[in-house]
Design a binder for this molecule. Structure first.
Ligand code: FE2
Length: 218
């Protein structure tokens, strides 16, 4: 994508913006029913298994495959994620392509003070996160819990002078991060290689999310 600009002397400049990072945000239309079912299943599963430690600082991260305990609701989220992925996947010739996706999913519960450190998901193509219960974050920004992605160029852009950024279409060219506010029913899909974290959550209610990885089945 390029943009035509004119400098003060009237000289036309064509500015190209390259290497964009696709991140999709989708509100699932049938979220209420999915969330009610999944919430009950996640809370029940936590009683059955201790979970595991991954990127989470505190909180609970399910370990047992979700297909064993989360049934249709989990599949509905993964299927929705696959459909979004299909809208964002092309072959090398630039034609939209629908691979046969292989998925792996898990659930997270974050209580007060819990967070997830910056990490990425090796071995997958797309990753997704879905909010079963935002824990009140959508209504009250002071509760934190934001989903934060890091500019894949790292801190390189800011190394010279952190007060300068290169103007771009998205206004985010700064070697910095972007945050998304959790909202029950919101699904985010992003490249698996994109570094992301969950900022500490300060609400009283438990915040429940569901995450998945998509890779091309072989
Ligand atoms: Fe993650």
């Amino acid at each position: 994508m390029s943009q035509q600009q004119t400098d003060n002397a009237g000289v036309e400049i064509s500015v190209g913006y390259f290497f964009a990072t696709p991140v999709a945000a989708v509100m699932l239309p049938n979220a209420e029913a999915i969330n009610a079912d999944l919430r009950a299943r996640v809370l029940a599963q936590r009683k059955r298994e201790p979970g595991k430690n991954a990127s989470n600082r505190g909180g609970w991260h399910s370990a047992e495959p979700t297909e064993n305990w989360a049934a249709e609701s989990a599949q509905a989220i993964v299927s929705a994620g696959e459909e979004v992925a299909n809208q964002m996947t092309m072959d090398r010739q630039g034609t939209y392509f629908r691979p046969r996706w292989e998925s792996r999913a898990w659930a997270n519960i974050n209580g007060p003070g819990d967070a997830n450190d910056f990490h990425y998901h090796p071995g997958s193509f797309w990753s997704g996160t879905y909010y079963v219960d935002d824990g009140g974050c959508a209504a009250d920004a002071s509760l934190g819990g934001e989903f934060e992605i890091m500019d894949p160029r790292g801190t390189g852009v800011a190394m010279h002078d952190p007060s300068l950024v290169m103007a771009d279409g998205a206004q985010n060219s700064g070697g910095t991060t972007m945050t998304f506010t959790p909202r029950s029913g919101l699904l985010l899909l992003f490249p698996a290689w994109l570094q992301h974290q969950v900022r500490p959550y300060y609400g009283d209610r438990e915040r429940i999310s569901f995450a998945f990885n998509l890779s091309r089945a072989v």
